[in-house]
Design a protein around this ligand. Sequence first.
Ligand SMILES: C[S@@+](CC[C@H](N)C(=O)[O-])C[C@H]1O[C@@H](n2cnc3c(N)ncnc32)[C@H](O)[C@@H]1O
Length: 235
Amino acid sequence: MVIDVITVFPKILEDPLNESIIKQARKRINLKINIVDLREFSEDKHRSVDDTPYGGGPGMILKAEPLFKALDSINNKPDKCRVIFPSPQGKQFTQTVAEELGEEEHLVFICGHYKAVDQRVIDHWVTDEISLGDFVVSGGEFAALVMIDAVVRMQPGVIGDLDSAKTDSFQNDLLDCAYYTRPEEFRGMKVPEILLSGHHEMIDKWRLEQKVQRTKERRPDLYKKYLKRIQKDKK
Ligand SMILES: C[S@@+](CC[C@H](N)C(=O)[O-])C[C@H]1O[C@@H](n2cnc3c(N)ncnc32)[C@H](O)[C@@H]1O
């Protein structure tokens, strides 16, 4: 898998993409992440990549020219590549979207900044406009980092124990359950008896009940999806 990230602020990405799970992935699987500095594609002597909006109004707009040049330079097989524009106006990023993107060989992220990106870039290049949620952050770098981590951690060979990731929230339309570790009692708070019983079947049953209960209480929308799915599976 190759991931290219186009940005005006490479430093926001450098450390996070070289730590923890992503660092491991770069060593363990054939993952290449390239941080593409948009300013390298500016022909302007000040290396500027933004300008004021036509029609006036506040904020600066990332120009089409350097972005087209950056995309031309990395996107040699457009049909094999997903070009993602993280944007509050996009479809919601979910675990399902992360897993779907994880099946691709080549992802390109265009990190927006300032007020907007020239719409011609989005119209011409972008295959997926994806949002982290209903809030605005100052740059697409923050969103791209979250999305890249969620995609990469599910790749086989990245996490030592992929089974652990497969019991995380949103697998099977459920939230995850509560976990405890040593000691058995801490400041008067005890670990539930069942987890100390060594009875794996009962423990799995308890965990599933917890997951269902939490999902019902915290995410009624997800719970509905879960009920629908298990009813379908029973048929
Ligand atoms: C200050 S924001 C611009 C917001 C834009 N004027 C709008 O309201 O849609 C700068 C950049 O941050 C990124 N961004 C902001 N909020 C985001 C979100 N919720 N999800 C994904 N990306 C986001 C986008 O790349 C955006 O171009």
